[in-house]
Write a protein that binds this ligand. Structure first.
Ligand SMILES: NC(=O)C1=CN([C@@H]2O[C@H](COP(=O)(O)OP(=O)(O)OC[C@H]3O[C@@H](n4cnc5c(N)ncnc54)[C@H](O)[C@@H]3O)[C@@H](O)[C@H]2O)C=CC1
Ligand SMILES: O=C(O)[C@@H](O)CS(=O)(=O)O
Ligand SMILES: [Zn+2]
Length: 435
């Protein structure tokens, strides 16, 4: 198996991690000590926003009135797919119970969390689709209190289309806060009195790191940082479509990796020429983002077999993975590590990002090795229960007492002894530790 890099990235997803960690920890400590006033200070400092933090129903109505009917229809179109996909996933989460031995019944229940905090990014772009992805999924799962936050722009507030969307999807409250201050406010219940049980949603490196640091005190969906795309393409692929799909995600920001694994040299060389040309054709902000991302994080690797391509792809565990190859079924079966998979050139990451249905809040920085993206299951706790008849305790209590004594846990053993004494007074049991 050989891998030849036609373009190798200078930077990896881990570049600059330590600086971000220190910045984020300092802001979190400050807000934990200083509460709402400190959160306001950071909104003023980073986003120049000094207006209301808790968005009022009147402000939401006013913002919604500014959104055109055509855009409302498009948002509803996307929302309908995301909600129906989430409902289909919910239907697969079944409670269960089983009789493990006569009289011993054990089960599990899926219980939605009570409060969720949904981060909706808004620094560079107006992430309307992210609002749909998190809030709709939380509400479909049955979360009672859904608090959303999104950065406000100086003099304008939160983007009107995002406010309309959050309201449509069922957010219970909305905070005009972004970055670490938004994440902290949702975790600590500032402005709403509803501290989040789980924080979800994508964001830049500061947002993703804030969630990571808070994990443990609250649940998080996953590490959903700067967007990544990988395309695996063979000689059957259209180089222009491949190149656009790489550029399509590189525009997210200067630190968004776009990787190509090519099974054909001609295709790889053509894409290498096309990508900078396509980037140059973009509007200025998008061009600046994508050019930096491609320069520092872009890669083109040439491999000599599908197996080598699949193995390399699994190492990267990309957030988004597109396959433009013959025999898509082989790839579907073989690939293991990705946030979301797009099979064939008829689909593309942007379709998934905006409208098609499966969630776009997905693991980055290799987290796809151990988790998938956001789904109703992330808002659920699968908790277990058990009950037993007195008769069934006879065997369980004896084994429990013996294992507990072997472990040196005498009080555990006595909780078994006491039951056997009370419920089977005429019987003798061997309750000593077994060596
Ligand atoms: N993994 C996923 O599923 C997805 C990831 N994304 C990613 O979300 C990100 C969105 O990023 P942005 O546009 O920046 O919006 P954002 O809303 O995530 O971040 C903006 C906030 O960052 C904070 N900030 C900016 N500079 C800072 C600094 N020097 N120190 C501390 N805080 C600072 C500000 O408070 C600002 O409100 C992109 O990286 C995109 O790729 C977007 C959608 C899905
Ligand atoms: O990383 C992601 O999932 C993004 O590509 C989603 S969006 O383009 O911001 O909608
Ligand atoms: Zn995208």
């Amino acid at each position: 198996m050989t891998i030849e890099y036609l373009k190798k990235a200078e930077m990896t997803a881990a570049t600059g991690e330590q600086d971000v960690r220190e910045t984020v920890q300092a802001i979190l400590d400050d807000i934990e000590a200083g509460g709402e006033a400190k959160a306001r200070d950071y909104a003023a400092k980073f986003d120049k926003w000094e207006g209301d933090i808790l968005v009022t129903p009147e402000a939401i109505a006013e913002a919604s009135a500014k959104v055109s009917q055509k855009l409302k229809d498009d948002i509803r179109f996307a929302h309908d797919h995301v909600r129906r996909f989430a409902e289909a996933q919910l239907a697969t989460l079944q409670d269960t119970e089983v009789e493990l031995r006569p009289g011993l019944i054990a089960g599990h229940r899926n219980i939605p969390m009570s409060a969720a905090g949904c981060y909706v990014p808004g620094g560079r772009y107006a992430h309307v689709a992210s609002a749909i992805m998190s809030v709709t999924t939380a509400k479909t799962a049955g979360v009672d209190q859904v608090v959303a936050c999104s950065p406000a722009k100086a003099g304008e507030g939160v983007n009107p289309a995002i406010l309309y969307t959050l309201d449509l999807c069922g957010a219970d409250s909305v905070l005009a806060l972004g970055g670490v201050q938004g994440v902290a406010a949702m975790a600590f219940g500032l402005f709403t009195g509803h501290p989040a049980d789980i924080l979800v949603g994508p964001g830049n490196q500061f947002v993703a790191e804030a969630k990571r640091i808070l994990y443990g005190r609250v649940g998080i969906d996953m590490f959903a940082g700067p967007s990544e795309v990988m395309v695996i393409a063979d000689a059957t692929a259209d180089p222009e479509i491949v190149a656009w799909d790489l550029v399509g995600q590189a525009e997210h920001g200067y630190n968004s990796p776009a990787w190509l694994i090519a099974l054909d040299r001609k295709l790889a060389e053509r894409v290498a020429v096309l990508v900078p040309e396509l980037i140059a054709s973009l509007p200025e902000v998008n061009q600046t983002n994508a050019a930096a991302a491609w320069r520092d994080y872009g890669e083109i690797a040439l491999v000599d077999s599908p197996e080598a391509g699949a193995a390399l792809s699994d190492n990267y565990a990309s957030e988004h993975l597109e396959v433009h190859c013959a025999d898509l079924d082989w790839w579907l079966k073989r690939l293991r590590n990705y946030g979301s998979l797009f099979l064939g050139e008829e689909t593309t990451v942007a379709f998934g990002d905006k409208t098609s249905g499966p969630n776009h809040i997905l693991p980055t920085k290799g987290a796809a090795r151990y988790t998938g993206g956001l789904s109703v299951g992330k808002f659920m706790k699968t908790v277990t229960w058990q009950r037993m008849t007195r008769e069934s305790t006879r065997d369980i209590a004896q084994v429990t007492a013996r294992i507990s004594r072997l472990e040196g846990m005498e009080a555990h053993a006595r909780t078994a002894d006491v039951r056997l004494e009370k419920w089977f007074p005429d019987e003798n049991f061997d309750l000593a530790a077994v060596e």
